[in-house]
Design a binder for this molecule. Structure first.
Ligand SMILES: Cc1cc2nc3c(=O)[nH]c(=O)nc-3n(C[C@H](O)[C@H](O)[C@H](O)COP(=O)(O)OP(=O)(O)OC[C@H]3O[C@@H](n4cnc5c(N)ncnc54)[C@H](O)[C@@H]3O)c2cc1C
Length: 236
């Protein structure tokens, strides 16, 4: 998938169906009211019958009930210039996932930008404040480079780039797609634990069904907030 093009395709489809998309507008707070929901942003206030919240790493800030079920984790990706270029092209090297004694890594051939792309699932296991994520450090590069040197030595040339991003982990690594226990007018999608992007079309469909109809034709039990027992209540 080309992630950016997928996002653009979704926004264009939403526009075709009459959606009013407001980007670059920060939600400061929201509340349920006798008539529905009210959302305040840095540009205004909106009211609606139902609300769907998908705030990624900020889920626990926007919806306090999610603080312990959607936990931000720092990730770092690296791009390394192959010394044997021909072995790491899309025609010669697959997108792959490697379960190794060093952990679960994933890699892609050189594509779009210079360098063989490598990441480690749950990189250093660092829980972070999503507004204060450290830039890549030598320790991040070492984790990725040592793996490349051991398993893909032909790809372990000069470092071309390192980037941070965020996972948002649930306690069991499965998604949270549910309505809030105390208010079924509010549906939440969170805790996608590093594997949510490819499911975004069906997750969006389920969230809309849950918010509007209170149920979905898709099986959603494994995504329920109630599987965490005490989780789903506002931390005291
Ligand atoms: C390195 C890396 C590799 C990954 N690889 C894969 C993969 O191969 N396959 C896969 O399926 N998934 C992958 N993922 C996971 C995937 O990116 C996530 O599961 C998915 O993006 C989660 O979607 P989301 O909508 O919950 O959060 P996000 O995509 O983070 O979207 C949340 C949005 O909410 C906005 N927001 C937050 N708070 C506010 C606020 N107060 N007001 C307004 N807006 C707000 C944020 O700015 C953000 O735009 C990867 C993630 C990372 C970091």
């Amino acid at each position: 998938l080309h992630a950016e093009q997928c996002v653009v395709a979704h926004v264009e489809a939403a526009h075709r169906h009459g959606a009013d998309v407001r980007a670059r507008e920060a939600v400061s707070d929201w509340e349920t009211t006798a008539n529905g929901v009210s959302v305040r942003t840095d540009k205004g206030r909106y009211t609606a019958d139902e609300l769907v919240v998908t705030a990624g790493a900020w889920a626990g800030e926007v919806v306090p009930e999610l603080e312990t079920t959607a936990v931000p984790e720092r990730q770092v990706l690296g791009w390394f210039q192959p010394t044997s270029r021909e072995d790491f092209q899309p025609e010669t090297f697959p997108v792959c996932s490697v379960a190794s004694p060093e952990g679960h890594f994933y890699a892609t051939p050189v594509y779009g930008v210079p360098g063989f792309k490598l990441g480690k699932h749950h990189h250093l296991g660092e829980t972070v404040d999503p507004d204060d994520v450290a830039d890549p450090r030598p320790a991040d590069e070492r984790v990725l480079r040592s793996f490349a040197e051991r398993y893909f030595p032909g790809a372990a040339g000069p470092t071309m780039g390192l980037e941070t991003c965020l996972y948002t982990n649930s306690p069991d690594g499965e998604f949270v797609v549910d309505v809030l226990p105390d208010d079924p007018r509010v549906a939440v999608g969170a805790g996608f634990s590093g594997h949510g992007f490819k499911f975004s079309p069906v997750v969006g469909e389920i969230l809309a069904d849950l918010a509007i109809h209170g149920e979905s034709d898709h099986p959603t039990d494994i995504f329920g907030l109630d599987r965490f027992g005490g989780a789903g209540s506002v931390p005291g």
